[in-house]
Design a protein around this ligand. Structure first.
Ligand code: SF4
Length: 398
């Protein structure tokens, strides 16, 4: 038996990948501990900063563990981001599907033990799709994760049932480019998967991790609306609110399309997004268009990513926007996003909601707005609340 610990950096897909390795090691009879022989660090490479953090985490783990497996997007980056680390660091440059098998094989199985796969007490991320075939000019993900591919629908639905049996209340369907989900053999696309996943008894909430605007069509909107378990929240990356920048990014939509497709959802759904600030062709005018688009689309929480060139991408050699301008634009956008969040939260005052408590005293409402609830609400419980006020952290329940 070997003791191990697993950590991840980056997005929800990285979270899922890390836990697939964890489950596999548990299933082989190894034990998870804070002070362990083996560490698995599932890394991220979406920005320079993410790679630097991943490297730091691997170096730190190498000092306190006998062996460290560096997995995930960072490990697959063409440029050797983990060169020069101590000899006990093993860089696993493999597809996500092969990584648990490889790590488990290297660690060595000691038997077959049924793992307790509860990863989070309340919320389970279920990966349904991986990779991306879109090829945005700034993005390294297709290079490190490969082309889009989907899991079989029966495997996805079985995993959701298993998660519910384990006690999870919420399931987040997760993918790199989720709208590309197709199980052609069984005739499933994402709207059908949403409807069937949402109908599984015992599931309190179903959410999508992120969806490209190209996939927000009538069929998906109808599936989201007509499935009661679906949370009234949608995360749709904007990246830029300027058509020239979108074209240079090789995104597949215009600002007008983005606004038109979200229009039917904007009052009912809490819409959140990602924006890249300081893309090579973004000037002040383009950035002003982004601010205006965020407002016009009714976006609330915007995750702001200051642009950094990634190796092997279309814009690998371009980074003309000065760091100070990126910093200043990022701050303006974060401020606008915070104001938009506060405005949405204020609409909850005097209104009822149901909060899924995911930490002591905190949880998320039906549209994934954060709530602060009484300390007596049990984690995992769905509590009825009424909004009394807002703070910088969310809606305060009466
Ligand atoms: S859609 Fe674009 S940004 Fe998203 S993973 Fe694919 S290439 Fe990257």
């Amino acid at each position: 038996m070997t003791t191990f610990s697993v950590r991840f950096l980056g997005c929800k897909v990285s979270h899922v990948d890390a836990h697939e390795v964890r489950e596999r090691l548990l299933a082989d009879g190894h034990e998870e501990r804070d002070r362990a022989d083996v560490a698995v660090v599932n890394t991220c490479c979406v920005t320079n900063e993410a790679v630097a953090k991943s490297r730091k985490e691997a170096a730190r783990a190498a000092r306190t563990h006998r062996r460290v497996y560096v997995t995930g997007c960072g490990a697959n980056l063409a440029a050797d981001a983990f060169a020069g680390l101590p000899e006990n660091v093993v860089v696993v440059a493999r597809r996500s599907e092969e990584t648990p098998e490889f790590v488990a094989g290297d660690v060595g199985a000691i038997g077959c033990v049924q793992a307790d796969a509860r990863l989070d007490r309340v919320r389970a991320f279920v990966k349904v799709q991986d990779g991306c075939s879109f090829g945005c000019s700034f993005c390294v993900i297709p290079l490190v994760r490969g082309a889009s591919r989907s899991r079989r629908a029966d495997a996805v639905l079985a995993e959701i049932r298993r998660r519910i049996d384990q006690g999870h209340r919420e399931v987040v369907l997760t993918g790199i480019n989720l709208g590309c989900y197709r199980d052609r053999e069984s005739g499933y696309d994402l709207p059908r998967l949403v409807r069937e996943a949402g109908a599984i008894p015992g599931l309190a909430r179903l959410r999508l991790s992120s969806i490209e605007i190209n996939h927000v069509d009538d069929a998906l909107v109808a599936a989201l609306r007509e499935t009661p378990a679906v949370s009234r929240h949608l995360h749709v990356p904007l990246q830029s609110g300027d058509d020239d920048v979108l074209r240079a990014m090789r995104r597949r939509y215009t600002v007008a399309t983005f606004l038109r497709r979200l229009e039917p959802l904007r009052d009912e759904f809490n819409l959140t997004s990602d924006v890249i600030v300081g893309f090579p062709t973004e000037d002040e005018r383009a950035f002003a268009s982004t601010l205006e688009t965020v407002r016009a689309a009714g976006l609330t929480k915007v995750h702001v990513f200051p642009y950094s060139p990634r190796p092997g991408t279309g814009t690998a050699d371009a980074d003309p926007v000065p760091p100070q301008a990126k910093k200043e634009r990022s701050a303006r956008l974060r401020e606008a996003s915070h104001e938009a969040c506060l405005a949405r939260w204020r609409t909850k005052i005097g209104c009822d909601d149901r909060v899924l408590v995911d930490r002591p005293g905190r949880g998320y409402g039906d549209d994934y707005c954060p709530w602060l609830v009484g300390a007596d609400a049990a984690v995992g419980e769905l509590v009825s609340v009424s909004g009394a006020a807002v703070s910088d952290e969310g809606v305060l329940a009466a």
